[in-house]
Design a binder for this molecule. Structure first.
Ligand code: 7PJ
Length: 263
């Protein structure tokens, strides 16, 4: 899954993909590099980011989804927490709703249930602006799994078929380094919930902490993390760096296949 950031304040792309033309060219390039789907986001979820208005987010993502729908023959994902954006994105041709808030906003479940789009439910402790304020868990793996199971239940009750659901432990969202590492080391616990697992580790601060590297120098760390995630059973890797990640994923997936569901 290639990341297409349409936010001027995005921490790792520095807001370079702002015009529709540039954004679509970047999506086409990621597809050519091996991305099987593109995740389009108009609201930054980095810690400290200010919320974006609904209209602003619609203006950022909808024209790009419409344009990419006619240019690319791969699934398009919309990274949003807002029901109105979910509905408009589905109407414009989005195939997946990727919600870091796991459809907890009022009206989000109904918006997601109103089309046949798939949904990715991600775990986050708190909300983006406050999530890194000393998160505490007794057992992060068990708590993340329990949360995801509750959200699956809410989806199914809202009429979203189980075969449309993906799960994501939410690396870096209200988690310290130790929590992120426990989740990555025990990803099989999430995989065993029996939904495809999506993982986003690309350029995240946990990699910077481990390697003492700024955002621009986290590629090798991201490849190691993606490899660990695939060995642990992840089905989809969300990344800024498509070409090298595709190769790492291919190798890791081949090794995993030789063993079974995960290693
Ligand atoms: C994630 C995401 C992630 C899913 C972001 C960033 C921050 N969606 N959106 N999983 N992260 N599903 O890319 O660093 O980890 S935005």
């Amino acid at each position: 899954m290639g990341i297409l950031n349409l936010t001027p304040d995005s921490f790792s792309d520095g807001g370079r993909f702002v015009s529709i033309e540039t954004a679509c060219a970047h999506a086409r390039a990621m597809n050519a590099e091996g991305a099987d789907l593109i995740d389009i986001g108009g609201e930054s979820t980095r810690p400290s980011a200010q919320p974006v208005s609904e209209q602003e987010e619609l203006d950022r993502v909808i024209p790009v989804i419409e344009r990419l729908r006619s240019e690319l023959d791969i699934p398009l994902s919309v990274d949003t927490m807002k029901p109105a954006v979910m509905r408009a994105a589905q109407a414009a041709g989005a195939d997946l709703i990727n919600d870091v808030h796991a459809l907890q906003a009022p009206g989000a479940l109904a918006a997601a249930a109103s089309s046949n789009a798939a949904v990715c439910l991600m775990h986050m402790r708190g909300e983006p602006r406050t999530m890194q304020e000393a998160p505490i868990y007794a057992d992060v793996v068990a708590e993340v799994c329990a949360f995801l199971q509750r959200r699956v239940q809410a989806c199914v009750e809202a009429g979203i078929a189980a075969d449309r659901i993906l799960l994501d432990p939410g690396f870096g969202f209200g988690k310290r380094l130790t929590h992120n590492l426990q989740l990555l080391a025990n990803l099989h616990a999430v995989v065993d919930l029996d939904f495809p697992v999506l993982v986003g580790l690309s350029r995240k601060s946990m990699l910077g902490q481990l390697c003492n590297a700024p955002v621009s120098e986290r590629l090798a760390a991201g490849l190691a993390a993606a490899t660990a995630a695939v060995l642990g059973g992840a089905a989809i890797i969300r990344t800024h760096d498509v070409r090298p990640t595709r190769d790492a994923v291919r190798v890791a997936a081949a090794v995993r296949l030789a063993k079974g569901r995960y290693i």
